[in-house]
Ligand binder design. Structure first.
Ligand code: HEM
Length: 457
């Protein structure tokens, strides 16, 4: 496919579409190349808790106060609907994109798969995926090569989901699929392609272009359904999904819905988990005393045997590192809703159609709520920490009824992965210091996080 075909392809209009909020916000990258979040924070400081910005005939309302987050997510949750412009090819019509009664009908039958009681069953499969990753890291340690960490942690997160929730080994090449979807979700890339096209410049696009990427992505759930079960377990998310498809009382949940639900899990449940683990490895590489404390804690809690679900609660410091990482680098830096009714928030008028951005990153970095907000201090999450948290000042998993279905599970995944990986390896971050940030749908490291690793003796 040549470059022009790519730009003209219908899918390429998605996230790169100038109507998408993420595309509009790329303007902020011009102001601060290293961290576009700082501009939003300065705006919040200067203009107060509710900031309205007109962007190409579209009103964007930025909220920065926890009370207003609660108002939108809980008090008036039904009046502020989900926003997914440009992301339909990634998520299809899955639960995450729906509202009201239909959303509830889709979420209810899947909810039991995420009950904490299920984690005991999932842990062996998380461990199997982590062991596969460790075998690959052995080779990376031996070769001494530099590698990109988010790609590594994404392939791990995808393997954990496939094994634990679907009872499948990954039936696709995770590195290839990761690169494909990244090509699509990287709105900065879309913008530069368009600008180059307008300027008549030459630009090179391989098959990993946006349109092709989405074709490949669309095929992934079918591969999962078609793959042989690992163990034919009865209680898996995949089995729950198959059961609703067969249930005549829920006609809305058909085979097409099932395919889209898988798409959703394979992205919403992997990208965010992977970013958290990658940023945690970055911070522990910059803070070797934290890495040492994680190693000591692992030694004390499970020593030379395999960790179990029961050990998870005893890994308090490792878990605190994961929590602190999500405070500093919330994978979903802003929760976005569309106002469906006229309203007033903190004295400012809200009009139907307004795009309302709940600026989670801003609250996570606000000195009103956190001592030394820019410092990496996992201790603040430990029992007996001095400062009491202000409600809704920390929302890595959102809030209210639309909060993340897999948040608690992701903490188990990441705590175990961080503990085991650091006990065996010493990852060394070799990229620019500090790493730059791109704020598209998720908060991603600019140009990736590059590492070398050594195996510990
Ligand atoms: C560190 C890991 C994770 C983070 C930071 C995260 C973050 C979030 C956030 C902020 C939301 C709410 C978005 C909104 O209100 O607009 C959300 C929703 C969701 N997440 Fe997660 N997530 C993580 C892991 C997972 C995992 C492991 C799964 C499943 C395997 C998952 C599946 C979902 C789904 C299905 C929704 C939509 C729920 C609904 O609309 O009812 N997430 N996530």
């Amino acid at each position: 496919m040549n470059a022009i075909d790519t730009v003209a392809a219908p899918h390429a209009a998605g996230l790169g579409d100038e109507n998408s909020i993420w595309f509009k916000l790329t303007a902020l990258h011009k102001g601060d190349h290293e961290n576009p979040m700082r501009i939003l924070m300065q705006m919040a400081e200067r203009y107060g808790p509710v900031i309205t910005v007109n962007m190409a005939n579209q009103r964007v309302v930025l909220l920065t106060e926890p009370d207003d987050f609660k108002y939108v997510l809980v008090t008036k949750a039904d009046d502020y609907i989900k926003y997914f412009d440009g992301l339909k090819p990634i998520f299809g019509k899955s639960m995450i994109t729906n509202d009201g009664a239909l959303w509830q009908k889709i979420r209810m039958p899947q909810q039991p798969a995420f009950h904490p009681d299920m984690f005991v069953e999932y842990v062996p499969y998380f461990l199997a995926a982590i062991k596969t990753k460790m075998a690959l890291w052995d080779n990376l340690a031996k070769s001494g090569e530099t590698f990109e960490m988010v790609e590594q942690t994404w392939t791990l997160a995808a393997d954990m989901i496939c094994k634990a929730l679907f009872d499948r080994d990954m039936p696709f090449n995770p590195h290839f699929v990761f690169k494909c979807v990244k090509t699509y979700t990287d709105v900065m890339n879309h913008k530069s392609i368009r600008l180059k096209k307008v300027a008549g410049e030459e630009f090179e696009i391989t098959e990993e272009d946006a349109a092709k990427a989405m074709e490949i992505w669309a095929g992934v759930p079918r591969q999962v359904f078609a793959a042989d079960p690992r163990e034919d377990r009865e209680r898996t998310l995949l089995k729950m999904i198959e059961a609703v498809v067969a249930d005549p009382d829920v006609p809305e949940f058909d085979q097409a819905q099932a395919i889209d639900e898988l798409k959703q899990y394979l992205w919403a449940g992997t990208e965010t988990t992977a970013l958290t683990l990658a940023w945690a490895l970055y911070e522990t590489s910059r803070n070797p005393e934290a890495a040492e404390r994680i190693r000591r804690e692992g030694q004390e809690v499970y020593g030379d045997r395999e960790p179990t679900a029961a050990d998870y609660s005893a890994l308090a410091y490792t878990r605190a590192v994961v929590q602190e990482t999500m405070r500093l680098y919330p994978p979903i830096w802003g929760l976005i809703r569309v106002a469906s009714k006229p309203d007033v928030i903190s004295g400012k008028e809200i009009k139907p159609g307004d795009r309302v951005v709940l600026f989670a990153y801003g609250a996570h970095h606000n000195p009103k709520f956190w001592d030394e907000p820019e410092a990496f201090r996992p201790e603040r999450w430990m029992a007996g920490a001095a400062k009491k948290q202000v409600k809704y000042s920390y929302l890595p998993f959102g809030g209210g009824k639309r909060s993340c279905i897999g948040g608690a599970m992701s903490q188990v995944e990441n705590t175990l992965a961080l503990s085991l990986l650091l006990r065996r390896f010493r990852p060394e971050y070799v990229g620019p210091n500090p790493a730059g940030i791109n704020a598209t749908v998720t908060l991603t490291p600019k140009g990736g996080l590059h590492f070398k690793i050594r195996e510990l003796g």
